[in-house]
Design a protein around this ligand. Sequence first.
Ligand SMILES: [Zn+2]
Length: 237
Amino acid sequence: MNGHHVDHVSTTTLSRFHHHLASHDIVMRLISILDSAYICHGYPKREYLDFAHSHKGVFRNRSGEVRAQIDSSLPVLMKGEVYQSTIRTTDCAFVADSPLCDKCKEYGPVLRSTYSRWLGKSTDEISKFTNNRFLTSPQKKTKLKQLQETVVHERRERMALSQQVERLTSTSGIEVESSLHQDLFSIMKDNSSKISSQFPEGTFRRLFWEQQFQSALKGPKQMRWHPTMIRLIAFFR
Ligand SMILES: [Zn+2]
């Protein structure tokens, strides 16, 4: 897929940018200097990527030209979450003065409606907020199916994240003395409401926090503190 994708972008701003700069490090450094600049995050949501994968990674317009595609050249940050791949338009500006460049912003409604059609939605918008009374029977079925898919997908994602957290703590977690354990744990307890509001449910950070909290409950002997968690706690203090 990647070889494919390079061919398609060869004439875009994006690829010119890639060819002219030696490495992503330089890009990252440049970005950090320009504090008003952003790397366009495109559309990194999982459902759009799944959708793109089912279309060989590209989206075409009615005349068959590629309008947008999967780009995995650089991880992107959106609302505090890091994504390894995203969907960008072929004319994406890449560096922009807002988190989403104008070209990608313009493409948003097209992407959303294409995605809805793909999901088998009817043209009138069925959202999860639409009251069921207003839905026809096939629409109800479609909505139910969408909800089921979302649940399955979220559950799978959550399991993968938990395993990741588990691996992380078993390889780099450390045991601490009982008194330090108590100190760390009490700071954790004092800040749990702050964490709930700052780290959204289902995110890696939230799971990491919860997993460490659950282990801490079991006492100092059973607990392996991850250095990152200790740093985070120090920050809250
Ligand atoms: Zn863009």
